[in-house]
Every structure is written in C-alpha cells, then in structure tokens.
Write a protein that binds this ligand. Structure first.
Ligand code: HMG
Ligand code: MG
Length: 296
C-alpha cells in the first residue's frame, strides 16, 4: 500500500510560533522541504493576520516561492476573503477547516458549527469553479479543549456536510493530541462504515506521545494518508495545551521500518528540521532529531 505523508510544517508548524520567521526564511524552508521527496506541502494560511500574525505574509511567500513540479502547494482557507487572496497568488489546493465540537469551532473561527457550513460551502464552490481541489479539516475529532470528549457521531455530522459540499479529502485532527488507539478505532469504525478509507487522512498532534500508536492503528484500519510536521512543530493557538504535530522524520522512520516506501530522504528531512530550528532559536522535538544530535 502506498502511504502518503502530507507536510504541514510551514503552516501548522509555524502558526503557533511567536518568534517571527522572515518571509525569505519561510521560502527557503519550503524550498528545502521540496527537496526531501515530499509531494505535498501546506505552505501557509489566509486567515486573519491579527489572529495568526506569523502567517501574515502568505501572499508574499506564495508569490516568491520557487515551485517544484510534482508537488502540491496547499494553503489553509477560512472563508471567501481568504480564497480570493489565495487565488491571486496561485495555490494548488484549498484547505478549509472547522471543528467537530462547538467550543473549539467558536473559539477558532468565531462561528457555530451550523453557521460555518454555508461559509465553507461558498469556499468549496468558488474553489471548484477555479479548478482547485479541496481538503477539509475536521478538528477535535477525539476531544475538545473546551467541551471534553467528542463522539464519532459528532464527527460524522461534520464529515457528512463536507462530503455534500464536494471536498476531495477529509483530514481528521486530534487537535490537542490526547487520543489513544481504541478511540481512533471507534471513530474510524463509524466513519468507515459509511465512507471509503481513501477519503480520509489522519492529523495527529503529539501532546501525550500517542501519535505514532494512533498512526499504527489508523494504518491497520486502511488509512493511507498522514499529516505531519517537520521537527514536530505545530499547535493551534485556539486549543490551549495543544503541542506539536507528530514529526515528519519520525513518521518516515516508522513507515520505512514497516516496509513502506515513503520516498523521503532522512538526511534531507533532518537538514530541514535543523534549518528551521536555527531560525526559530529553539530545539525541535523529534526522536530522529535527538538521535542525529547524538551522532546517529
Ligand atoms: P471573524 O472576525 O469572525 O470574521 O473571523 P468576520 O467575517 O466577522 O470579519 C471580521 C474582520 O476580519 C473584517 O475586517 C474582515 O475583513 C476580516 P474589518 O472589517 O473588521 O476590518 N477578515 C479577514 N481578514 C483577512 N483574511 C481573512 C479574513 N476574513 C475576515 N480571511 C476568521 C473569522 C475565520 C477569519 C478568524 O476567526 C480567523 O482568522 N481565525 C484564525 C483561525 C486559525 O487560523 N486557527 C488555526 C488554524 S486551524 C488548526 O490549526 C487546526 C488544524 O491544524 C487541524 C487540527 O489540528 O485539528 C487545521
Ligand atoms: Mg493541526
């Protein structure tokens, strides 16, 4: 089975960082990622710059970036205003987002779940009219930092609406990184009784160190696409306590050792992790980076 890793480092990885990474450094970061063998990079976000100041330069990053053929350069899009800006600088895929829980949805995008559907429907319609594919994120699929546990039925409700809108892929996010394999299993049992596994990607944050276990459970259930962030960077500013995404280099290790051909270069991934570590002025947290620091 071909397993696909989708890199979210330049967006999810940087959005929570208070130290501003210059536009030139972001571009170099993305261009280095483009050389690692990745074929999908979420490069930035067209949300309100007041809420995510780190990514206020999304238009500049996308317009100056040297793109490599064969790579999908995607961006996070909250509404039509965001899409209009993104269309001016060309993106390959529009990534819309909302939550399965009311508390996080409201805090993150200032709307109830039912108020969000028509907004995203408008984005999907316009994106499709412009020949873009659309990825839909569902956050808080296992637990919400405001409302507590989230049921598979709450997730299904949002997934049903996204499918009706015509999204091409749905990424299921354990936003606060608290989930464990039996919860992943219950969620996927419900979703896969209605939809094919190929519709879904899994997006695990790694707050409690359970992301790798959750990926293995998802693989066993037929999921073949995983989001990750170089150096384990990441977090949602509207989900208190949420730590980084599972690290790309650690997912790559897991998959290659399990016999999957990821097509990724460990050394180039690590070079890129250390590049952004230097720019952020803080150590990245991944097992592979730690091993490399110790000479491995
Ligand atoms: P809002 O305030 O409700 O928007 O924000 P509004 O439509 O009421 O407009 C208010 C003002 O915002 C207006 O300006 C608009 O023009 C402006 P004013 O008239 O007051 O001067 N505005 C915009 N400006 C720039 N770009 C835009 C835009 N839209 C409106 N696109 C909004 C709604 C969604 C925009 C806001 O709440 C927001 O930007 N939130 C940021 C949320 C965010 O980025 N969260 C992190 C990403 S999600 C995540 O990390 C989870 C994920 O990784 C998966 C997982 O881990 O679970 C994907
Ligand atoms: Mg995330």
């Amino acid at each position: 089975m071909k397993i696909r890793i989708k890199e979210v480092g330049p967006r999810d990885g940087l959005q929570n960082e208070s130290h501003f990474v210059s536009t030139e450094d972001k571009i170099q970061f993305i261009e280095q990622l483009s050389e690692t063998g990745l074929d999908y990079i979420e490069v930035s976000s067209f949300v309100h710059p007041k809420w995510i100041p780190q990514l206020a330069d999304a238009s500049e990053v996308l317009s100056k970036l040297n793109r490599k053929e064969g790579i999908t350069y995607a961006a996070l899009i909250p509404n039509l205003m965001g899409l209009e800006k993104a269309l001016k600088v060309e993106i390959d895929e529009a990534n819309i987002f909302m939550s399965a829980s009311e508390g996080h949805n409201k805090s993150n995008i200032n709307k109830t779940i039912s108020e969000t559907f028509p907004v995203l429907e408008g984005v999907v319609k316009e994106a499709k009219a412009n020949h873009l594919s659309v990825r839909g994120y569902v956050s808080t699929v296992l637990a919400c930092p405001y409302d507590g546990p989230v049921t598979p039925e709450q997730v299904l409700h949002v997934v049903d609406h996204l499918v009706d809108m015509g999204v091409d892929e749905i990424s299921l996010g354990d936003t606060i990184g608290v989930g464990v394999p039996p919860q992943v299993e219950r969620l996927l049992e419900v979703l896969l009784s209605k939809y094919p596994a190929s519709l879904f990607a899994m997006h695990f944050h790694d707050t409690y160190g359970t992301a790798i276990a959750n990926i293995v459970k998802s693989l066993e259930m037929g999921i073949a696409t995983f989001d990750s962030s170089i150096g384990g960077l990441g977090g949602c500013p509207y989900a208190k306590g949420a730590s980084g995404n599972v690290a790309t280099e650690d997912v790559n290790y897991l998959l290659t050792q399990m016999g999957c051909n990821t097509g990724l270069s460990r050394s180039k991934l690590l070079d890129t992790a250390f590049f952004i570590e230097h720019k952020l002025g803080k150590q990245v947290k991944s097992r592979q980076a730690e091993i490399a620091r110790n000479g491995g």
